[in-house]
Design a protein around this ligand. Structure first.
Ligand SMILES: [Zn+2]
Length: 445
């Protein structure tokens, strides 16, 4: 299937195309890129994917990412040929996405006020590095290997660095992690250190660290694995694939994500757009994105809270100047994102345009929630025997809020994505030590 996959600028007025082995993360006019496929995969593959769940020792069938390899075949290989799979596809022995599927959690359903039969939650924290990032990192590092990169680079203070470091170590690649000097608690980088990543401290804030990592990629043969990399988005499409497969390809009414850099929103939207175009699904689920109140860029812009205009994709003509003015406003007022949910503590979502494109396609909604609401939600997930980080609580309490506002109807089928496992050991300890918290079980003597 040589010549099937290519890169295309998402801006409809620009639309520049590049070969699939290009390492640009943007077109030459500075727009984001999509991975595109010329062929339309047959929906008879649904049966193939289902059968692969009995993996018979084949790690690419065991992997929750590569099980769907025909739908992300940017390597353009014969996906039935195991030798080719081994030569190209990057996998942590099939562990990425392997344990991810939707579960029912009765106590969470009761907390939300929805029938247990209508609520599904999919924990992505049981990935090998502890978050959903492994889905997209498996594919991004595959592309890095395909183009012969020796070093991957990212700017990250948490989940991304852990995932990048893990795959780099496993592939014998170097991994450089850029962070703003003096602003990150060293404990948050413990996984990156453990996997042998090189931490690079940059004077300035997170945006400066990202800028320097992009310069490093451009000028010193590094390969960027932040979510502006379109191959990250490809792997993260498998999150909704696993949801849909488990629901026998009957589309739910809603898929709900926490909103940070908007890589997940973008990839869910792209997955649904493709499946709809290929005739695999007849109905389009609505996406709901839940920001933290302390990092609510998308919610502010989408809901018209800034200058009274609602930011929309507008069929490919988004008002990007509105976004620029919003960022200028943040700078002028000295407003920095602030939330305990550091995984979504992002003021300038790198994928905002792909995000609003996804929202337009799915008739999506955006809202925001408080830290204290997310902590309660994180804790009730724990009382069902599942571990998640505070940012994942956004999905749960976001569903509750949207039901109370009657945007999500009580008989809708809703899937919430729990994006990562607990990374801050003290949060649950502090939560449960305070008897005033809703679900606290304080220690006793
Ligand atoms: Zn362009």
């Amino acid at each position: 299937m040589q010549g099937d996959a290519y890169l295309k600028c998402i801006d409809l007025r620009c639309g520049l195309e590049y070969p699939i082995n290009s390492i640009n993360v943007e077109c030459e006019n500075g727009h984001l890129l999509d991975v595109k496929y010329k062929n339309k995969p047959s929906d008879s593959l649904k049966e193939v994917f289902y059968k692969r769940r009995n993996s018979q020792g084949n790690i690419f069938d065991e992997s929750g990412v590569w099980r769907f390899r025909e739908l992300l075949n940017f390597c353009e290989i014969d996906t039935k040929n195991l030798e080719q799979c081994s030569k190209y596809l990057v996998s942590l022995d099939g562990a990425e996405g392997r344990q991810s599927k939707p579960y029912q959690m009765s106590k969470v359903a009761e907390f939300i006020g929805i029938s247990n039969n209508n609520l599904w939650l999919q924990p992505e924290g049981y990935n090998p590095s502890g978050s959903f990032k492994d889905n997209g990192m498996a594919t991004a590092v595959t592309h890095a290997k395909m183009v012969g990169a020796k070093k991957i680079v990212c700017a990250s203070t948490g989940n991304t660095s852990a995932s990048a470091g893990m795959f780099a170590a496993n592939e014998g690649m170097q991994c450089d992690v850029y962070i703003p000097a003096g602003q990150i608690a060293p404990g948050k980088l413990s996984q990156a250190y453990q996997f042998g990543a090189q931490i690079v401290e940059v004077d300035g804030n997170f945006d400066d660290a990202l800028k320097q990592s992009l310069d490093d990629a451009k000028n010193h043969n590094g390969y960027t694995v932040n979510s502006i990399n379109p191959f990250r988005i490809e792997g993260q499409k498998t999150i909704p694939y696993r949801v849909l497969e488990y629901l026998k390809w009957e589309t739910p009414d809603w898929i709900v994500y926490p909103g940070g850099a908007l890589g997940n929103t973008s990839s869910c939207g792209k997955a649904l757009m493709e499946l709809y175009e290929w005739g695999w699904i007849k109905k389009i689920p609505r996406i709901a994105v839940i920001n933290s109140d302390g990092a609510s860029t998308l919610s502010d812009l989408y809901n018209g809270k800034f200058e009274g205009e609602e930011l929309r994709w507008n069929k490919g003509n988004p008002n990007t100047e509105l976004i620029t003015r919003y960022y200028d406003h943040l700078d002028k007022q000295g407003i920095r994102p602030k939330t305990k949910a550091t995984a979504i503590q992002i003021a300038r979502p790198a994928n905002i345009l792909k995000g609003i494109r996804a929202l337009e396609f799915t008739n999506g909604v955006v809202t925001s929630v408080t830290d204290s609401e997310m902590l309660d939600a994180m804790s009730i997930v724990g009382l069902n025997g599942f571990d998640c980080e505070i940012a994942s609580g956004a999905s749960v309490v976001g569903i509750k809020k949207l039901i109370n506002e009657e945007i999500i109807k009580k008989d809708d089928v809703v899937v919430g994505i729990l994006t990562g496992r607990q990374k801050d050991a003290m949060l649950p300890v502090e939560y449960h030590s305070n008897p005033k918290n809703k679900f606290a079980i304080p220690p006793k003597n």
